[in-house]
Design a protein around this ligand. Sequence first.
Ligand SMILES: Nc1nc2c(c(=O)[nH]1)N[C@H]1C(S)=C(S)[C@@H](COP(=O)(O)O)O[C@H]1N2
Ligand SMILES: [Mo]
Length: 248
Amino acid sequence: MNPEQPGAPEPQGEERGRPIGRRVLLGTLGLGALGVVTAPTLQRGLESFLAGASDKDPTGLTDLLPNGGGFRYYSVTASVPRKSATDYRLTVDGLVDRPHSYTLADLRALPQTRLVRDVQCVTGWRVPGTPFEGVRLSRLLDAAGVRPGAGAVRFTCFDGAYSESLTLDQARRSDVLVALRMQDEDLGHAHGGPARLYVAPMYFYKSAKWLSGITVTRDVRPGYWEERGYDVDAWVGRSNGRDDDPTS
Ligand SMILES: Nc1nc2c(c(=O)[nH]1)N[C@H]1C(S)=C(S)[C@@H](COP(=O)(O)O)O[C@H]1N2
Ligand SMILES: [Mo]
């Protein structure tokens, strides 16, 4: 089901702290105007975020500046704790033989893969040719030893709210990373640093920010936005019929 069609379940606005009913925007403005009109609303969320966060870290937020690279800041929670190189951990557990907890240094020491693709949010904005770099998820899964009977992977975040999932086959694709860098810089807090999921062939809501847990499960469990109407299979192109399909 496409949540951008009027009549679909009503996802709340994705920007921090200011829920907006997307159906209301669609109903009054039409699809074509949506991107333009939501921008100021998102911007207000961004500004309040900058105001709140800059007390603690006035330097880490430059990648957030308006239209800096075309990205928009999203968080479903009002605030997200910061994790540094010393206190960040990424746990791999569930249906695996060797559960493991990685530090950021552990992840940086593994072979890094760099991919350059368009980023696309299902709400319409796109950032062309964006480099992401990190560890292939398949490598972490192989290291953990996925048990027979496993069919999916669930991702959790240290914002305490967001979640995502992939089938095991999707998770093993070579274009799915635990990303440590974006646009050839260490991933900043606003973009989900120190580590986020990066699922290149899918809409950006799959790319869970502030990644803290990777749990191998039997079945796919719909993620945060998917419980609110988004497609569980989020291939760019298949969910809205407009874009190039990278898998065909
Ligand atoms: N933890 C978490 N991850 C998330 C989100 C979120 O709200 N929280 N939003 C998703 C959506 S809908 C998009 S479009 C991208 C936005 O990433 P950005 O803030 O780096 O632009 O993150 C995705 N991952
Ligand atoms: Mo999104």
